[in-house]
Ligand binder design. Structure first.
Ligand code: DGT
Ligand code: CA
Ligand code: CA
Length: 572
């Protein structure tokens, strides 16, 4: 059983307990466990196999650990099944719809016999819901939008979930004899934040053997199609994977074609059609001589067109074709350019590791610095630090820094930007810190005007250095706030503040198009992993992928600067 499935069970349990009117702490414990488990870097099933203790996971106590083990071992949870039996079927699905709470859901199912988003949608359109709750048309319409957003989520899988699955498949297939070039293509290779399906390709001396191995993988739930060189399978509800094998000498053109994007391919094909060349997954045909040229690598393919090689992340028909013909594609940022992390939690707030463990892990990544940014006390849920505790932490970090050579722990804090834009930590405390990260964690539904004013006020605060995940969205779960990003970018430039690219796969916030615009306007960007466990420092690669989609070079990213330059940036 996958972490996402375990998380879903605990999430549902929290909802059902809430319906029952159970103890709020119990409900929160399930909800928190669900959140943590969903974002774990490692599958719990594998942890169990390796004899690791679940109670090491933050938010996972004895009860949740036992239940997780039961789920992994039996595929079911007795407590969950009996809890579910107490309620009408489908009620947890209703509760998933944003805006439907424990008061409304039972009414919808008892009065209108609604058990799904689709039925609710129909009932709203028929005016039944507005009548039943006297909620008025506007609120009902709002609900409709939320259902649409939820549906979009259902159809696309976050890259954070898809990538590890694909990497497993790729490494298994690569180890088969005579196999070369196994790689992902499509939106996953372009590092889109969500993927519609998974495209895998490669070459092999005996492709049929590879296909047979592929469809027999335990992750494969269903085979949709299977031939000697390709196969399509279902890996999970809504997640399809296509595998395609070709001859070694045609791999470049195949990969180029199936990496897309479709818009990039169409623009390229149209352009070269006029020059008498026909581009396809098989190669390039000189139409006048009816001669097909094959390409073993993408580099060779683009070179034949007189183009500079294009990183997959920017193949979106946004001007990259022209720039590549001029050989003016910049050298995009890479994991190797990263010298540090600006967003990490320790066990002083809701993190799992000590500051020293976090620092050692960061040093192991080859970093020169890392900011410890625990929560402030305003966020009651996360054991936020009081002024006293923060002072203590600053002292502890000073002490630890004596021990490290060539590495510096920055004293930081993730402070809460309150609804009115004020910061929940007094200025004289903030002045003690190397790096203050401000973030919105509440009142997400403010009007554009209010939420924009709120964030601008935080940017104007002389002590705030970085604004974390500015629109505060959760992919597929919470829509971004209504904040006017253009205004935020301009203020960030004016006050010389950095904006965060949050590398958590569930956030990826700023997103690609924001990053492009921010970079154009000259905003400094800081990638933060938001790690709550040392292993999550590895999430940096997701931040890098999205930064590359935003055409970032090392000079655009604060994490690529030396410690001295970073400190100078924070001093402004
Ligand atoms: P997805 O799966 O919706 O996240 O997005 P992609 O980009 O992975 O799209 P997919 O899986 O439908 O197709 C993979 C690639 O194949 C796509 O990026 C470009 C190429 N491709 C698909 N359909 C067409 C087409 O009609 N024309 C051209 N030129 N290329 C196509
Ligand atoms: Ca795809
Ligand atoms: Ca596909």
């Amino acid at each position: 059983m996958k972490n996402s499935e375990i998380a879903r069970v605990f999430h549902d349990m929290a909802d059902l307990l809430e319906l029952k009117g159970e103890n709020i702490f119990k409900i929160r414990a399930y909800r928190r466990a669900a959140q943590v488990i969903e974002h774990l870097p490692k599958e719990m099933a594998i942890m169990l196999e390796q004899g690791e203790d679940f109670q090491k996971i933050p938010g996972v106590g004895d009860a949740i650990a036992k239940k997780s083990t039961e789920l992994i071992k039996t595929g079911k949870l007795e407590a969950y099944e009996s809890l579910k039996a107490e309620f009408p079927e489908g009620i947890t699905r209703l509760l998933e719809i944003p805006g439907i709470g424990p008061k409304t859901a039972p009414l919808l199912s008892s009065e209108l016999k609604i058990t799904s988003a689709a039925q609710l949608e129909e009932a709203i359109q028929e005016g039944k819901v507005a009548d039943l709750f006297r909620m008025g048309d506007k609120t009902a319409q709002n609900l409709l939008h939320k259902i649409e957003a939820m549906r979009r989520k259902d159809q696309r899988i976050p890259i954070g979930q898809a990538l590890p699955i694909v990497e497993d498949i790729l490494s298994s297939l690569s180890s088969l004899p005579g196999v070369k070039n196994m790689t992902s293509a499509g939106s996953l290779r372009r590092f889109r934040e969500t993927v519609g399906d998974i495209d895998i390709m490669g070459t092999a001396d005996n492709p049929e053997n590879v296909i047979n191995e592929f469809v027999a993988f335990p992750v494969v739930k269903e085979i949709i199609a299977k031939g000697p060189t390709k196969a399509s399978v279902i890996l999970a509800p809504g997640l399809q994977a296509d595998l395609r094998m070709v001859e070694h000498d045609s791999f470049g053109s195949l990969l180029q074609y199936f990496t897309g994007s479709k818009q990039h391919n169409i623009a390229l094909r149209t352009k070269y059609q006029k020059k008498g060349l026909k581009l396809s997954e098989y190669g390039i045909t000189d139409v006048a001589h009816d001669r097909l040229e094959k390409f073993a690598t993408e580099e060779a393919f683009y070179k034949r067109l007189g183009m500079q090689y294009l990183p997959p992340e920017i193949r979106e028909d946004q001007g990259e074709i022209e720039l590549s013909e001029e050989h003016a594609i910049p050298r995009l940022i890479d994991l190797r350019d990263i010298k540090g992390d600006f967003h990490a939690h320790s066990d002083w707030s809701d993190g799992n590791n000590t500051i020293e463990e976090m620092a050692l892990a960061a040093k192991n990544e080859g970093y020169k610095y890392m900011a410890i940014t625990d929560h402030s006390k305003g966020l009651g849920i996360a054991h936020g630090l009081t002024e006293e505790r923060l002072k203590e932490q600053v002292r502890e970090i000073r002490g630890l820094n004596q021990k490290f050579k060539g590495f510096r722990i920055l004293s930081g804090m993730e402070v809460d930007i309150r609804a009115d834009g004020s910061i929940d930590m007094p200025d004289h405390m903030l002045a003690e810190l190397d790096c203050v990260v401000g973030a919105v964690h509440s009142s997400f539904n403010q009007s554009e005007e209010r939420v924009t004013r709120r964030i601008l006020k935080a940017i104007e605060n002389p002590h705030v250095d970085i604004i974390a995940h500015p629109p505060s969205r959760l992919i597929g779960e919470r829509e971004p706030t209504a904040v006017d990003m253009e205004a935020v970018f301009k203020a960030a430039v004016k006050y010389k503040k950095a904006l965060e690219i949050n590398a958590m796969p569930s956030r990826l916030d700023l997103k690609d198009i924001h990053i492009q615009r921010a970079r154009e306007l000259g905003v400094m960007l800081a990638i933060g992993t938001d790690s709550h466990i040392a292993a999550q420092l590895k999430l940096m690669r997701f931040g890098i992928g999205i930064a590359r989609r935003g055409w970032c070079e090392p000079k655009h990213i604060l994490n690529c600067l030396s410690l001295e330059k970073v400190l100078a940036f924070f001093k402004r």
